[in-house]
Design a binder for this molecule. Structure first.
Ligand code: MEV
Length: 446
């Protein structure tokens, strides 16, 4: 991206064509490349027919860009694919507050996937474990031979661990550095190659050979610092059922900390808190053609790893600042899979400006933390409905039949009336169209 960075004031007000031009300009993408990639949602039916089975067509989703994102000192325009109104705007808005505090700091301390080999019918798990440990070197070279291409790219199996699950069951973990691949196929190939030999060594019956989606050896950690003054906004009900009053910035920061504590103490709240995080994470995962089911499975298993379901991100006060920390497993790839065939996923990586899987994970997690901040800030102040519903108003207007410029007019009117319903939108649309066909005063009627 050029040095004008990820901050583009007024971007949302630009017409669609102009927005595309600005992003192409900043990301160094030829406008025709973008136009061609997004035409028809990227994937045509004939191509889709080669990707999955029983295809009838394709299914479009909005492809947007989160602004203001700075990660480890580098600006990024972040592609997001999501159907929920307000997610892109909220993440961009929170990223602007984080940016004022220096941006996101992210790291992926190690990047290892886990392949599991299940071994059953074991009489002595101590003996089986000892034998498997003794043959580690042999098993690792067997694993490496199963993925010559990965070895050529500098990746490959790194270690073997043995876990005794009791009940005569032992599981062998092969830890694999998949480089820029998500790694499911590589890890499964390794597990299948190693399985029969491991079973022989352990005098066991061979069971499943498959990756684990709880990829807790491929975790990403993101933190950010927001000055309380940058959280300033808003009004919140001061009394139950009562009036609203402006909140001081430090009260908003304390409200966010209290919301974090709520999620730390209550799994019912933690699930929703984490859903808000996944709003940001999944949107980047989908935009870049990655497997969001794998990411979701890993995230929630990690959240529950202590036996109690916990929030993936927490917030604390540090003097005048609010500090957020998020840790989660993420297995993302910038090569292979959907990326081979999907032009919009390829375009997304170009706009993002990376081919590095760890950088992609750091970006997705940063968007998760931004989405979480936006949600908690809204919840701790004016509530989620106001901002959410005013953006939702546009899709309600479309559902009522509004087209072109009518969409914004109808949405603005129903949002101002506080009645964001299709029936209300239909009424407003009728009024608008009737007014447009009425002669203006002084104009002769025809
Ligand atoms: C809605 O998509 C996400 C939220 O429910 C997240 C949260 O409650 O933290 C607003």
């Amino acid at each position: 991206m050029d040095n004008r960075g990820s901050r583009i004031p007024g971007f949302y007000k630009l017409p669609l064509r102009e927005r595309r031009r600005v992003v192409c300009d900043r990301a160094g993408v030829h406008p025709e490349v973008l136009e061609r990639a997004v035409a028809g949602g990227g994937l045509d039916a004939l191509m889709a027919d080669k990707v999955v089975e029983n295809v009838l067509g394709t299914y479009g989703m909005p492809f947007g860009i989160a602004l203001n994102v700075r990660i480890n000192g580098k600006d990024r325009l972040v592609p997001m694919v999501v159907e929920e109104p307000s997610v892109v705007a909220a993440a961009s808005n929170a990223a602007r507050m984080v940016r004022a505090g220096g941006g996101f700091t992210a790291e992926v301390p190690e990047s290892l996937m886990i392949g599991q080999v299940q071994l059953t019918g074991i009489r002595s798990s101590e003996q089986a474990t000892a034998e498997l440990e003794r043959h580690k070197g042999e098993l690792l070279s067997l694993a490496g031979r199963a993925v010559p291409g990965l070895l050529g790219r500098g990746g490959g199996p790194r270690d073997i661990e043995v876990r005794d699950l009791g009940h005569g069951m032992v599981v062998l973990h092969v830890l694999v550095d998949c480089k820029d691949a998500m790694g499911a196929n590589l890890v499964n190939a390794i597990a299948e190659a190693v399985g029969p030999v491991a079973a022989r060594i352990a005098h066991a019956t061979l069971g499943l050979r498959i990756l684990s989606n709880l990829c807790d050896r491929r975790r990403v950690h993101v933190s950010c610092r927001v000055h309380a003054r940058d959280l300033a906004f808003g009004r919140a009900p001061s009394q139950p059922g009562g009036s609203v009053e402006a909140l001081e910035p430090h009260e908003i920061a304390d409200g966010i900390v209290a919301a974090s504590r709520f999620a730390e103490l209550d799994p019912y709240r933690a699930a929703t808190h984490n859903k808000g995080i996944m709003n940001g994470v999944d949107a980047v995962v989908i935009a870049t053609g990655n497997d969001f089911r794998a990411v979701e499975a890993g995230a929630h298993a990690y959240a529950a790893r202590t036996g109690e379901y916990r929030p993936l991100a927490v917030w604390r006060r540090d003097g005048e600042d609010l500090v957020g920390e998020l840790t989660m497993p993420l297995s993302l790839g910038t090569v292979g899979g959907t990326l081979r065939v999907h032009p919009v996923a390829q375009l997304a990586l170009t706009i993002l400006g990376t081919n590095n899987a760890d950088e992609l994970s750091m970006t997705a997690a940063s968007l998760g933390l931004a989405s979480n901040l936006a949600a908690l800030r809204a919840l701790a102040t004016e509530g989620i409905q106001r901002g959410h519903m005013s953006l939702h108003a546009r899709s309600v207007a479309v559902a009522a039949g509004a087209v072109g410029d009518e969409v914004e007019s109808v949405a603005a009117t129903i949002a101002a009336r506080g009645s964001i319903l299709v029936a209300e939108a239909a009424r407003v649309l009728l009024e608008l169209r009737t007014a447009a066909h009425e002669p203006s005063p002084g104009q002769p009627s025809t």
